[in-house]
Design a binder for this molecule. Structure first.
Ligand SMILES: *[C@@H]1O[C@H](CO)[C@@H](O)[C@H](O)[C@H]1NC(C)=O
Ligand SMILES: *[C@@H]1O[C@H](CO)[C@@H](O)[C@H](O)[C@H]1NC(C)=O
Ligand SMILES: *[C@@H]1O[C@H](CO)[C@@H](O)[C@H](O)[C@H]1NC(C)=O
Ligand SMILES: *[C@@H]1O[C@H](CO)[C@@H](O)[C@H](O)[C@H]1NC(C)=O
Length: 265
């Protein structure tokens, strides 16, 4: 190796060490497009994820997935810290695919009969990325960021202490509940809402959580969507499923016995 190329290799290595990651905003070679006036990453995998959600979900939910992505993308575009920290492709896939577990179709490829919906989403999204993404691009770390963000997206009080990519995917989703966020300009917010209006979101959320409590109650007891079951599902009864029931010898539900059996207490 000639001296000059050794020098440039060293320079490249030094540069690499300082680079946050290869999908960040500062890499101008990543393809971009504009949606609702917001500049967003446009890799083939992101295009494929968009096609997937558009083909499989109700319009109100597709709009929610897009708004989560676009609110976050707009905030990243306006904030140098976020632009440095956030892997745009991880962010796009984490937001666009976060609600795979909401699929109410009987033959859903993502919704299980026993797991929390956030876990169905995390497993569904990461399996899909493994099948459709370039193996060289998707190492265990990037996959884990998507998995963690989707599994924690209903629990921001935990995710806010995770890695920036995890924290910010959840924050982007939360921006849609209920709306404007300090890191968005009014112009960006209005432009996103105009293209992807929020109609149906609250009704759809309510309907989905009620559906999950009705059809897979075990996965909802002792979680933050339990109140939907208590309020709206006949026969839904958390007693026996609450953590403190497990210490009470008088309460012996099947779930409790199972948990004792697995030694979870
Ligand atoms: C920029 O992104 C492109 C496309 O993902 C990638 O091929 C390239 O290696 C990246 N460049 C740097 C310096 O990370
Ligand atoms: C930019 O993002 C960082 C990281 O989330 C945050 O701490 C900071 O307050 C943001 N800056 C502005 C001006 O919103
Ligand atoms: C939520 O769903 C329940 C059950 O279908 C329904 O009774 C209730 O009115 C709904 N609430 C809202 C705000 O949509
Ligand atoms: C279990 O039931 C007995 C009889 O009804 C009652 O005296 C006791 O306080 C109960 N124990 C607990 C922990 O609730």
């Amino acid at each position: 190796m000639k001296f000059s190329s050794a020098t440039s290799l060293l320079a490249l290595m030094a540069g690499t060490a300082a680079m946050p990651n290869k999908r960040c905003t500062s890499n101008d070679t990543v393809p971009f497009t504009t949606i609702a006036n917001i500049k967003v990453i446009d890799t083939p995998l992101v295009q494929k994820a968009r096609a997937l959600v558009e083909a499989n979900f109700e319009p109100y939910l597709v709009r929610h997935m897009y708004r989560s992505w676009l609110f976050g993308a707009a905030a990243i575009n306006n904030n140098a810290t976020l632009a440095f920290e956030i892997d745009l492709e991880v962010h796009a896939l984490g937001t666009l695919l976060h609600d795979l577990g909401w699929d109410q179709r009987p033959d859903s490829p993502w919704r299980s009969t026993n797991r929390r919906f956030e876990i169905d989403g995390a497993i569904g999204a990461t399996n899909w990325i493994k099948e459709n993404g370039d193996e060289a691009d998707w190492d265990a770390v990037r996959l884990q960021l998507v998995w963690d963000a989707i599994s924690l997206h209903g629990t921001p009080s935990i995710s806010e202490y995770k890695q920036p990519n995890v924290r910010f995917i959840v924050e982007s989703i939360s921006m849609d509940y209920p709306g404007p966020h300090p890191s968005l300009t009014e112009e960006d917010y209005n432009s996103i809402i105009e293209a992807y209006d929020q109609s149906g979101l609250l009704e759809g959320t309510n309907d989905t959580f009620t559906f999950l409590c009705r059809t897979k109650a075990e996965s909802t007891y002792d979680t933050w969507i339990e109140p939907w079951g208590v309020a709206f599902v006949e026969g839904y009864n958390p007693v026996g499923h609450r953590l403190f029931d497990r210490a009470n010898p008088n309460v012996t539900s099947p779930a409790q016995k199972k948990r004792h059996f697995h030694g979870v207490y």
